[in-house]
Design a protein. Structure first.
Length: 146
């Protein structure tokens, strides 16, 4: 059997499924919504559309952020964070938005390697020249859009 990943939490799901059972239970209206993609390269675009859709409808959701060792290990379709040891500062990459420094924030490194950042994070960037602003919280390595 082939697998894909849930658009919300990146858990494995059967191929062509969009959401895992847990996310469907937490967001029951997703069963009614139609989200399609034609090929695997559309996955990141559709995930971003879903995030914006949920945000516009006032639904909260969490997205797991991936810890990487350095900026050149960023996974383009995943939220990533890393510490620049030489500069002693943390950075956050948000797909289809860009990279933001967490220098003006308090960053707590948790025992499991995730980070918690306060206060909330606002990143202003661009997606192919179109201005994009993302605002949320990173708690225990999970992003929650405001």
């Amino acid at each position: 059997m082939s697998y894909s990943t849930c658009l919300l939490c990146d858990q494995m799901v059967p191929m062509y499924e969009k959401f895992c059972d847990k996310c469907l239970a937490n967001h029951p209206t997703l069963r009614q919504e139609k989200f399609y993609w034609k090929a695997s390269h559309d996955y990141a675009s559709e995930k971003e559309k879903l995030i914006q859709f949920l945000h516009l409808k006032g639904r909260s959701m969490e997205q797991v952020a991936l810890r990487v060792d350095r900026h050149n290990e960023i996974v383009q379709d995943k939220m990533c964070y890393w510490k620049n040891v030489e500069a002693d500062s943390w950075y956050l990459y948000i797909p289809r938005c860009g990279v933001g420094s967490l220098k003006a924030h308090t960053v707590i490194e948790n025992q499991d390697g995730t980070i918690t950042v306060t206060p909330s994070i606002e990143v202003v960037g661009h997606d192919n020249g179109k201005p994009v602003k993302r605002h949320g919280y990173l708690t225990n390595g999970k992003w929650k859009e405001v």
